[in-house]
Design a protein around this ligand. Structure first.
Ligand code: ZN
Length: 240
């Protein structure tokens, strides 16, 4: 199945927190979107891998994505090496996305910038024809494929975006998808330990960042992204 957009996150919930509004909007525009989580988030203080699998599936359904896969890399310890790059090249060639979204280029959690660079490197390498890959159980060699653009969403740190996308009208769906991860986020009845992302302030901050980015460009809500190279526009009117 060919996808228009493939979203990578180091942990289940990264895609929703960083780009949930963008995903919901692109799906509503008829785009085929998929999510690939690099790990099962098994080192998270709250919950455990099986709970997070269920939550991730629920969130994917809310957002309306075509597919969600998990690479089952080691949470906290995966590295950006040939072995991990080849696994991601296989996924990129399998879905042949035009655009890839991935983790923040700089962040509090070490897996975020690490996953960001790993995905970015894999997107480049996936375009090299002399790298031969096959999907497990398939006799055919995969064709080389390089996405047109790799955009990095913004997570814990308030990075300055290179562009913002208007997600007005999709913030409720984003919040609903995030709250599908009930083990991770604010729940006044939970007996689990407090974490940096379990406070009410954190979940509120996701919303007020979107409102603030929206305010800056004259819309209700927006999500910000960093780019690796210039974003070209067709004409000056294509800017909002
Ligand atoms: Zn994360």
């Amino acid at each position: 199945m060919k996808l228009d957009i493939l979203v990578f996150g180091a942990h289940p919930d990264d895609a929703e927190l960083g780009a949930g509004g963008t995903i919901a909007k692109e799906v509503s525009l008829g785009k085929k979107v998929g999510i690939v989580d690099l790990t099962r988030g098994e080192l998270g203080t709250r919950g455990f891998a099986e709970i997070r699998d269920t939550e991730a599936a629920k969130a994917a359904k809310i957002l309306g994505v075509e597919v969600r896969e998990n690479m089952e890399f080691a949470d906290g310890f995966f590295v950006n090496d040939k072995k991990h790059q080849l696994e991601l090249i296989k996924i990129i060639r399998k879905y042949r996305p035009e655009i890839v979204l991935c983790n923040a280029v700089d962040d509090r959690h070490i897996d975020h910038p690490k996953g960001s660079k790993l995905v970015s490197d894999a997107c480049f390498l996936s375009g090299l024809v002399k790298i031969d890959t096959k999907l497990e159980g398939d006799e055919n060699w995969q064709e080389a494929w390089r996405p047109k653009q790799v955009y990095h969403f913004i997570q814990w740190k308030n990075l300055k975006p290179d562009f913002v996308l208007d997600v007005s009208g999709f913030i409720d769906k984003k919040t609903e998808a995030i709250m599908a991860y009930s083990s991770q986020f604010y729940d006044p009845n939970s007996n689990e330990p407090e974490t940096p992302i379990s406070s009410k302030n954190f979940i509120d901050s996701v919303n007020y960042r979107a409102r603030d980015l929206g305010r800056m460009v004259g819309v209700e809500h927006a999500e910000g992204f960093n780019v690796e190279r210039f974003v070209a526009v067709d004409n000056l009117d294509s800017l909002i």
